[in-house]
Design a protein around this ligand. Structure first.
Ligand code: C2E
Ligand code: MG
Ligand code: MG
Length: 714
């Protein structure tokens, strides 16, 4: 019979029955099966026998004196962990349904009816025994699993296919990030941002649709720091998946550290040689695709060794760090895209390289080089020492100076040496042609700086004529530069440089003064007073300085403000919108007239300009050039004239060269013109003569006079 129960070692059975006979039969049968049997005759006895012998199975009669079987069963279940799971077989009366129900309620595993059919008692017992072993194993393995899960650092989530969380286990390391966000009570997409919830839902669906484990990572901003999580999602039912989430922030941080070490220079935090070359290679590939230039700057500090020898390595290191920061600054200032900042490296020692991936003009790289040299060379305070250091830069430009990183770097290095030979603290292009154009630009700049002192500037004056009356209503002052040994330089060639360098401000003030003095001189000669128009650069268009300059020019010349007119471009006004109306109002109060120059070429609209107190609109000569004939220009010129009239502005057309242009403009109601048809800009002496010819113009105009064509200008 042993085989029936398959008992490994001696198991204990407790038989509880007040009927001595029944107790005996049961005991004998159990002993035969290999159990050690304990007996108890009533409930109280049963409980103490249970405590003492720790049975593996209990056979329990229902009806007993003192304490009935139900109570005993309940007690056993409640007393201990073993008691909770041990199989208890209750012996109830036949057909006593109530007892059977109560037995289950009290926690019995099964029941057997009295009188007991001893022949099948065995089988019944074996069945119960077996299932108790199975459930025992199950319980044990569940306990093991639970312990295992508890030991895992992962967060577990059961999620439904529509992103609702059914169950959440969040270990301490997660600091309630998930539960705190409300993961259990809300849907995933209500808890997390789109950026986080989208991949969760995508992987959830993938797991449910295709099976298998889905992996992905994301980060979350937790208390102002980024934490990283790795998700694994696996389907665990028709509409349900299990997500295992691991906090991988530490790992990520380590990776970042490793990355930094591998790709960056420890001392300065800049890129190292290898990663610079990688960046350069990428930039070259991009540039090739888009047909752009890429410049590589190679900077070497001048006499850096001396610093190390004099102040020691510590100060040397500090210096390299500050230089790194200054180079970064220099690059950042010169161009917005932040990625440029990532493209500065220290190759080693005192050698730095700078990648300029998207330059439009080769000259731009020279500008940046210059700016870097300037910022590097301003004095530094390091560890109590004031230190001066300069650098020399070599520049190569793809595709002219090389097509791969190594060649470009090598050539930039060579160019840097020639910068050192030139006396340090300067930059040199690798290619001579670029050096030449760079040199030209530089010498233009230098010459421009000296031009004022050398009195190389002069002014030509171009008359403005009232179409209807033929009178010369005024003139525009146009700057000319007589450059030493090179002759007259047209304004288009030097005004942009003057603006970039800021030299336009003093030059422009000189024009203002000179033009006012000239205009006053004409009046003193007895000529009728006329307006003098002076061009004002947007750089001059600043509150205090402009007003002060105009005031002093008027005062010095004695000219009445109403004979001075300033010409501004649309962009000058649009650039300084807030300041503009203030300045203009002030100028109006002084009695000046204000003209908008080159109208139509900017981006502003009349609607914008309406807000400003303006007097005159000058139609840019590009719209006059091909009229009549060019349909677009005809339409634009016509529209500008009509709009100006509706705003009560005078119109002056620039660049009028032919009678056809003039009559077109006259027909449209344009009041005044300026152009070669009447006169090119003239030196002061010649202008005086021209003004004397006014009566001829008046006579000429009279031929066209119409009954309604009253002169708008006097
Ligand atoms: P702007 O103010 O539009 O001056 C008119 C320009 O048109 C002058 O060129 C003038 O010579 C030219 N022009 C006049 N009539 C005709 C014509 O019939 N046909 C053609 N093709 N051109 C004509 P310029 O003197 O070369 O001056 C060019 C620009 O330089 C000026 O354009 C103005 O923007 C700027 N400029 C000149 N002097 C000064 C100055 O003192 N200060 C500032 N900031 N800019 C100035
Ligand atoms: Mg002008
Ligand atoms: Mg103009």
């Amino acid at each position: 019979m042993d085989a029936l129960f398959n008992l490994d070692d001696r198991q204990v059975a407790l038989v509880v029955d007040d009927d001595r006979g029944a107790r005996l039969i049961a005991s004998t049968l159990l002993e035969e099966s290999g159990f050690i049997v304990e007996q108890a005759a009533d409930g109280i006895e049963a409980l103490s026998a249970f405590e003492r012998s720790k049975p593996d199975i209990v056979l329990l009669d229902v009806i007993m004196p003192e304490m009935d079987g139900f109570t005993v069963c309940r007690e056993i279940r409640n007393r201990s962990e073993e008691g909770r799971h041990i199989p208890v077989l209750m012996m109830t009366g036949l057909d006593d349904m109530d007892s059977i129900n109560r037995a289950y309620d009290a926690g019995a595993t099964d029941f057997i009816t009295k009188p007991i059919n001893w022949a099948i008692f065995h089988h019944r017992l074996r069945y119960i025994w077996r299932s108790s072993i199975v459930s025992d194993d199950l319980r044990r393995s569940e306990m093991k699993n639970r312990a295992l899960i508890d030991a895992l650092p992962d967060l577990l989530l059961r999620i439904t296919s529509d992103g609702r969380t059914l169950e959440l286990r969040e270990p301490g390391g997660f600091d309630h990030v998930f539960s705190g966000a409300g993961v259990l009570s809300k849907k995933i997409n209500e808890v997390f941002s789109e950026e986080v919830s989208r991949p969760i839902m995508q992987n959830l669906h993938r797991a449910l649709t295709f099976g298998g484990m889905q992996f992905f990572e994301h980060n979350l901003q937790v208390d102002e720091e980024a934490r990283y999580y790795e998700w694994r999602i696996v389907g665990s039912g028709k509409d349900e998946a299990l997500a295992i989430v691991r906090d991988i922030t530490e790992r990520k941080r380590t990776e970042e550290r490793v990355f930094r070490l591998a790709y960056h220079d420890i001392l300065t935090g800049l890129l190292n040689r290898n990663s610079f070359k990688e960046h350069l290679a990428q930039a070259l590939a991009q540039a090739q695709r888009h047909g752009r230039y890429v410049a590589t700057l190679f900077l070497d500090l001048d006499r850096f060794k001396r610093i190390n020898d004099t102040f020691g390595y510590k100060v040397g290191d500090l210096l390299l760090q500050s230089v790194a920061e200054r180079i970064r600054e220099g690059v950042r200032k010169s161009d917005k895209p932040a990625r440029h900042v990532d493209s500065v490296s220290r190759l080693g020692g005192d050698e730095f390289t700078i990648l300029l991936p998207e330059i439009v003009h080769v000259q731009d790289s020279a500008k940046i080089a210059k700016r870097i040299l300037e910022s590097v060379s301003s004095p530094l305070m390091l560890a109590g020492h004031e230190i001066f250091i300069t650098g020399s830069i070599g520049i190569t430009v793809y595709p002219m100076d090389g097509e791969d990183p190594d060649t470009l770097l090598k050539n930039a290095d060579a160019a840097m040496y020639s910068a050192k030979e030139q006396g340090r603290n300067n930059y040199q292009f690798y290619s001579e042609a670029m050096n030449a154009s760079s040199f030209q630009r530089l010498s233009l700049e230098n010459a421009l700086r000296k031009a004022l002192d050398r009195q190389e500037f002069l002014i030509h004056y171009q008359p403005q004529v009232d179409i209807n009356s033929g009178k010369i209503i005024g003139m525009e002052a146009l700057l000319r530069w007589n450059r030493l040994e090179l002759g007259t330089v047209p304004p288009a060639d030097f005004i942009p440089v003057a603006e970039e360098t800021g030299l336009i401000v003093p030059i422009g003030e000189w024009v203002l003064n000179t033009a006012c003095i000239y205009n006053m001189a004409l009046q003193k000669m007895g000529l009728p007073p006329r307006r003098m128009a002076v061009n004002i650069s947007s750089l001059q268009f600043k509150p205090q300085r402009l007003v002060a300059a105009i005031t002093s020019a008027l005062k010095a010349s004695g000219l009445d403000a109403r004979w001075l007119e300033i010409e501004l471009t649309e962009s000058a006004i649009m650039k300084n919108m807030e300041e503009a109306s203030g300045i203009l109002r002030e100028l109006k109060q002084m009695g000046l007239r204000v003209a908008i120059d080159d109208f139509g070429t900017g981006y502003s609209s009349l609607a914008h300009l309406k807000r400003f107190p303006l007097d005159i609109l000058k139609i840019d000569r590009s719209f006059i050039r091909d009229i009549p004939g060019d349909r677009d220009n005809e339409a634009i010129a016509t529209a500008i004239i009509a709009m100006a009239q509706s705003l009560n502005l005078e119109v002056i057309a620039e660049g009028v060269e032919t009678e056809e242009q003039l009559s077109f403009l006259r027909d449209r109601g344009c009041g005044a013109v300026q152009g070669y048809m009447f006169s090119p800009p003239l030196p002061g002496e010649e202008m005086k003569e021209y003004l004397k010819k006014e009566p001829e113009l008046v006579a000429w105009a009279a031929r066209f006079a119409k009954p309604m064509g009253a002169a708008r200008y006097r």
